[in-house]
Design a protein around this ligand. Structure first.
Ligand code: URA
Length: 431
């Protein structure tokens, strides 16, 4: 039996006592955990020590590189197009990938978007797209490359070969209260994105009630950390710091988010979704060598929609199919007239999840038609009896718990009252 070069208990003690791990220690720790030598309870103690005491930038870099090296790294050398991708740290009503990937691909670049499924209150892009009849998330490597060359945009499931150490570590963090840590989030996201092989990457780092990190200053620190990791690894990386205090757009769920994305691709849609889609598209195209791309026109004149239709068809989906509709709905109305001054993202995300739009455990199915459609946004005038939002589900027994989630999460005030949105949608740019 090979002699192990370190003792994990020593490494846990170093982080517990606010010390710094070196490159060899971190590389060994990730390798030993991936092959099952380090036990989950030992890694739980390590992640809690990191959660509480943080990590130096050198440690975060070493952790990211070690997780990349735990699996394969894709290469797009044979592709005739430049690659550029986007990653969002996750939010409520965040369907931006759906209009964004085809919009950017319509400029002749490749968007290799390897996505995940939703867990908890933040939705997963694959879950949303699977509400389109026939659409499949799994592609062979050959299909993936040929769709990138031909259509340009691919949104599909990341294989288990990319950063497998992160897969194991993330599941552990999820059940040990250690998700919301900047070193752990940054290394988790960037290991997967760097292994994915994209040449350029734009990060949409969220802060606010519906985000992992609520405090904008912590969001900024996360964004700076990830941009540095990407740049150090040779990936041209920038980030937008964006406000997730209020749900994005009017739709929260799966099929209803696809419907809203189609409105954007048809040249309409909610102004916040359009603003963020255009801003991220400009960033992605600038990194791919097209800083002056007229992204607005591509939404208006149908080029982005054409690419969407080709992208959906290439993965077996019918772009003209009717999307699922829930059997039961419940409309919540304004109790009095005034102005909607508050609409908190997190409770609405939790309510949509309780209606069946998200999953509590990895193996649970999602209900594609379940979710919430908002009818008013903060700042809108409302009159007594007017619908404020509609909850949809196939299982009406879910309404009660969903309604409990939004108690106190929205408020009708008077004209002139402060509208609580937490500031502008795009709060900053890093890179
Ligand atoms: N998404 C990830 O992939 N990892 C995290 O740690 C948080 C969000």
């Amino acid at each position: 039996m090979a002699i192990e070069p370190f003792d994990v208990v020593d490494l846990i003690r170093i982080k517990r006592d606010r010390g710094v791990l070196n490159t060899a220690q971190i590389r060994w720790m990730i390798d030993a955990y991936t092959r099952g030598y380090i036990a989950d309870e030992q890694m739980s103690a390590m992640t809690m020590a990191i959660f509480l005491n943080g990590m130096e930038r050198t440690e975060i870099r070493d952790l990211t590189l070690a997780m990349i090296d735990s699996g394969e790294r894709l290469k797009f050398d044979g592709l005739s197009k430049r690659t550029t991708d986007k990653h969002s740290t996750g939010g409520v009503g965040d369907k931006i990938t759906l209009p964004l990937a085809p919009l950017v691909a319509s400029f002749g670049v490749a968007v290799p978007q390897l996505s995940g499924r939703g867990l908890g209150h933040t939705g997963g892009t694959l879950d949303k797209l699977e509400s389109i009849p026939g659409w499949r998330a799994s592609l062979t490597n050959e299909d993936f490359y040929s769709q990138l060359e031909d259509v340009g945009a691919v949104v599909c499931a990341a294989g288990s070969g990319l950063a497998p150490a992160d897969g194991k570590l993330y599941s552990l963090r999820d059940i040990t209260g250690t998700v919301e840590s900047i070193p752990l989030i940054a290394s988790s996201i960037m290991s997967k994105k760097i292994a994915e092989g994209t040449a350029a990457l734009v990060l949409d780092v969220k802060f606010g009630s519906g985000a992992f990190l609520q405090d904008p200053a912590r969001g900024l620190e996360l964004a700076e950390t990830m941009v540095q990791l990407g740049t150090d690894a040779g990936v041209a990386t920038t980030a937008l710091l964006t406000n997730m205090n209020v749900p994005l757009g009017y739709a929260i769920g799966n099929a209803n988010e696809v419907r809203e994305s189609l409105e954007v691709l048809a040249g309409g849609g909610p102004s916040d979704i359009v603003e963020l889609t255009l801003a991220l598209a400009r960033e992605m195209l600038a990194l791919a060598g097209q800083p002056d791309a007229d992204v607005e026109s591509a939404l208006q004149d149908g080029r982005a929609m054409d690419t969407w239709r080709r992208m959906i068809s290439a993965q077996g989906g019918d772009p003209d199919a009717t999307l699922p509709v829930a059997r039961e709905t419940l409309v919540v109305r304004a109790t009095h007239s005034g102005v909607l001054v508050e609409q908190q993202a997190l409770p609405f995300g939790v309510a949509a999840w309780r209606l069946g739009a998200g999953r509590a455990r990895k193996q649970d199915p999602v209900h594609h038609a379940a979710g919430i459609d908002l009818h008013a946004k903060p700042g809108d005038a409302v009159t007594a009896g007017q619908p404020l939002f509609t909850m949809s589900t196939d299982e009406p027994e879910r309404f009660e718990r969903a309604l409990q989630a939004v108690v106190g999460a929205y408020r009708i005030g008077n004209v002139g009252d402060e509208v609580l949105t937490g500031g502008p949608l795009i709060a900053g740019r890093i890179g």
